[in-house]
Design a protein around this ligand. Structure first.
Ligand SMILES: [Zn+2]
Length: 143
């Protein structure tokens, strides 16, 4: 028996369905990480990418975020193009050191034991934000 009534056969075409609560077109993925993805129309894909790229982290991290939330055909190529053409990232890349700083082998044993703090910006309409990454659960917090 299906938990979500919107997944009835009459409303489910090859994994696509209309969510009965939000009336949004969804895609039921067979991936383990996220099973229900929002289908983003072409006109909103740039906004979706922009919202996922707010921290201006690299392609792999942004793609993971996009991949776990949204669905459209060619999402990886669009994400790659978006990240590689981001003016903020291009401008700041030249300021980044060519080599990453030495990494330690510290293993966190409790929340907040080993964190990474970074200031990102300036961001459109936000100015600067403080990001905190907790290495225990790899959760990012934006302040
Ligand atoms: Zn960027």
């Amino acid at each position: 028996m299906l938990k979500n009534p919107s997944l009835k056969d009459s409303n489910n075409i090859r994994g696509f369905y209309i969510d009965y609560r939000t009336h949004i077109l969804m895609f039921k993925s067979h991936r383990k990480s996220q099973s229900e993805l929002i289908v983003v129309p072409k006109s909103l894909q740039h906004k979706a990418l922009d919202s996922c790229h707010i921290s201006h982290t690299g392609l792999d991290k942004i793609y993971q975020i996009v991949h776990n939330r949204y669905y459209w055909k060619g999402v990886y190529m669009d994400t790659e193009t978006f990240v590689l053409s981001c003016e903020h990232c291009i401008k700041n890349k030249s300021l980044m050191p060519n080599h990453a700083p030495p990494q330690s082998n510290r293993i966190p044993t409790r929340p907040g034991h080993y964190i990474s703090v970074d200031v990102k910006g300036p961001l459109p309409n936000l100015g600067y934000i403080l990001t905190v990454l907790d290495f225990l659960n790899m959760l990012s917090y934006i302040l």
